[in-house]
Design a protein. Structure first.
Length: 665
């Protein structure tokens, strides 16, 4: 606990949280006061006694990570950040849930100092935390040396009944136990209430037994309103060789005489009369948003935080003297900078792809790219959701990671959503560029984690193979006709669907360079014909769309294509040329990147006065924005048959594309 707090009652510290929570929700006329009021003593125990952090430097690399997985309880973390000394003044708490404030309805990474991840959809916070704990372990394995420990911190998570019910918590907590992530400590706010009321009618399992089965250390039946009991549980967790679940029995809305313990206090303001009653029950004789000086003094974490970081800085200087190369590498990786030699390696490999001219599946081209880029990127952390042999996300430098074995590649098992959210946690922790693979159709399972990555603008790379009907015989359940378009709809998400080896290498380089947002890389199962290019065209690939094949003579139409359909467009161009109809072929591997180019470039590629036909083995809706006169695609589900037969069945052939163009002229 911070200096001087021994004389301050725990109740004063906890009630400061309760007061701020109910006052902010009341002023906003919106929010969730019950959970912050119920978890107040848990917060006193963790933040007041155990959490290693420095409010003056929220980005200190060896800080403990705290995740509020039940993010609707956001006033808990806002109150804690304010009280402990972060740059979150009372004026921001008074603007809770208001436009452009630093206190939105759910915590948002990059907006509020001290918020480690964006937790909105329940369960993703714990999943992010598992990724953070994994990253801490891996950074320690890679950088700690005998006598020099520079990576040594814990990841703490508050989670509620809703997080426990969400399927993603099962995925990641099972894996956390299997991996033995002992620096992960989760607090279950077991208040038995959700929006619909008492949860026993729909959530009656023995949750502690479930976590014991996962391989967790479980501390049962802790009184969540007893600071000493919670603190002792945390100390016990520190001594475990397993991840720990601390089961805290609490009363939602603790302190509210008429609403505590009910769903009435879950997601609505208490109301002026009940707030007055709470103040009377708690003996809180202060006005709205008024915190007494002794409460501020008790909560102030700045002196302790500054001392902790100063001690770490001293240790890091000793590490730097003994291990200068490793110290420089640690600093670079935690900043998120790329190695100086990456750009040269990328350019050399892209040139090699151009010269070699291979006709292979783009998933294989992706693996070849990993083989070329991997040795230059020690921060690469790969994986697959039980599809490594199909996604080809491994390379010769991949070292499988397990409970007792350091590595840089994780088999996540059949946990697509969990994998994606854990990747986000790894990226948020720092020190790694995570990428993970599955089939494109399973991006549905991962969807919300992809959305959170885009919302947070973090560098997670999602690899999706077996795109659309090219998958073939597995049939419509696995043929992802609508998925590419749906991924393109996510703001801040870059989606690349390369057509050959060269575009694949360029797309990987773009994803790696992009430290301000996530990327989806879409690769084929089937072989794709190599397309020759000039050096200037290779540069233009990075602009998302470019003229791949110019017409001989003034173009009468433009064909726009991505991925496997680029080859069809090139063949259609030849058929049309034989009939005296010149057309231009535009390859557009990344529509959002192309859309961000200046108007002059976009007009040079897609002049407005020339008819355009787009072709892609997926839904057609998004292509009309380019002024297309026709779009060849698939607006139904697929069929089970060999890929070649399916392309003919759905009219995705060079002949049909050429016929479509002729009908327009």
């Amino acid at each position: 606990m911070t200096e001087g707090t021994a004389t301050v009652p725990h109740s004063l510290m906890a009630n400061a949280i309760r007061a701020l929570a109910m006052d902010a929700v009341q002023k906003a006329n919106s929010g969730h006061p019950g959970a912050p009021m119920g978890m107040a003593e848990m917060a006193v125990a963790l933040w007041g006694r155990h959490l290693k952090h420095n409010p003056a430097n929220p980005h200190w690399s060896d800080r403990d990570r705290f995740v509020l997985s039940n993010g609707h309880a956001s006033m808990l973390i806002y109150a804690l950040l304010h009280l402990t000394g972060y740059d979150l003044p009372m004026s921001e708490l008074k603007q809770f849930r208001q436009l452009h404030s630093k206190t939105p309805g759910h915590p948002e990474y990059g907006l509020t100092p001290g918020v480690e991840t964006t937790t909105g959809p329940l369960g993703q916070g714990i999943a992010n935390a598992v990724g953070m704990a994994l990253a801490e372990r891996m950074m320690g394995e890679q950088f700690n040396k005998p006598g020099h420990t520079i990576v040594d911190h814990n990841t703490y998570v508050f989670m509620g009944d809703g997080c426990m019910m969400e399927g993603i918590s099962h995925e990641v907590c099972s894996l956390a136990g299997t991996l033995g992530l002992h620096k992960l400590i989760a607090f279950w706010d077991d208040n038995g209430i959700s929006i619909d009321g008492h949860v026993h009618a729909w959530f009656a399992e023995d949750t502690p037994k479930r976590f014991e089965a996962y391989g967790w250390n479980v501390i049962r039946a802790v009184d969540g309103h007893d600071v000493e009991a919670v603190s002792q549980a945390i100390t016990s967790a520190h001594n475990s060789d397993k991840p720990t679940l601390i089961c805290c029995r609490t009363v939602i809305g603790q302190g509210s005489p008429n609403k505590a313990g009910s769903h009435d206090v879950h997601g609505a303001p208490l109301g002026a009369d009940e707030i007055a009653a709470v103040r009377k029950v708690l003996g809180w004789n202060y006005g709205p948003f008024e915190i007494p000086a002794d409460a501020y003094q008790a909560w102030d974490a700045r002196p302790r935080g500054a001392a902790a970081e100063a001690e770490w800085n001293h240790r890091f200087l000793a590490y730097q003297a003994a291990w200068p190369v490793e110290a420089a590498e640690f600093t670079r990786r935690m900043k998120g900078d790329l190695p100086a030699h990456f750009e040269l390696a990328a350019l050399e490999f892209i040139a090699k792809c151009r010269d070699k001219g291979e006709t292979i599946a783009s998933r294989k081209a992706s693996q070849n790219t990993l083989e070329a880029f991997g040795p230059t990127l020690p921060e690469f952390f790969g994986g697959s959701a039980d599809l490594t042999g199909s996604n080809l996300t491994n390379w010769s430098g991949s070292k499988p990671l397990s409970a007792g074995q350091p590595g840089n590649y994780l088999s996540y098992g059949v946990r697509e959503f969990g994998m994606s959210a854990m990747m986000n946690g790894v990226a948020l922790h720092g020190g790694f560029i995570p990428y993970g693979g599955t089939f494109l159709t399973f991006s549905d399972y991962s969807r919300n984690a992809l959305r959170m990555a885009a919302l947070m603008k973090i560098r997670s790379i999602f690899v999706f193979t077996h795109d659309s009907i090219g998958l073939g015989e597995d049939g419509p359940t696995h043929q992802s006709v609508e998925h590419i378009s749906s991924l393109r709809l996510i703001p801040h998400m870059e989606v690349w669907r390369p057509c050959d080896t060269t575009e694949t290498a360029v797309s990987w380089a773009a994803a790696i360079r992009r430290n301000h947002g996530p990327t989806c890389l879409i690769f084929s199962r089937q072989n794709l014909p190599f397309q020759s290019r000039t050096p200037e065209q290779i540069v233009e690939i990075g602009r998302g769309g470019y003229v791949l094949r110019e017409s001989e003579g003034l173009a009468r139409a433009i064909l726009i294509a991505t991925g496997s359909e680029v080859g069809l467009a090139v063949e259609a161009q030849k058929l049309l040329a034989a009939e005296g109809i010149p057309v231009r072929v535009v390859s557009m591997p990344a529509t959002s990147v192309f859309d961000q180019q200046d108007a002059a470039y976009r007009e040079s590629v897609l002049p407005r006065n020339i008819p355009k036909v787009a072709v892609e083995a997926g839904t057609t809706g998004l292509w009309w924005k380019y002024g297309c006169s026709a779009v060849l695609g698939i607006d139904t589900f697929g069929e089970s048959a060999p890929a070649g037969a399916l392309f003919k069945h759905f009219g995705l052939t060079a002949e049909n594309l050429a016929h479509t163009v002729k009908n327009l002229l």
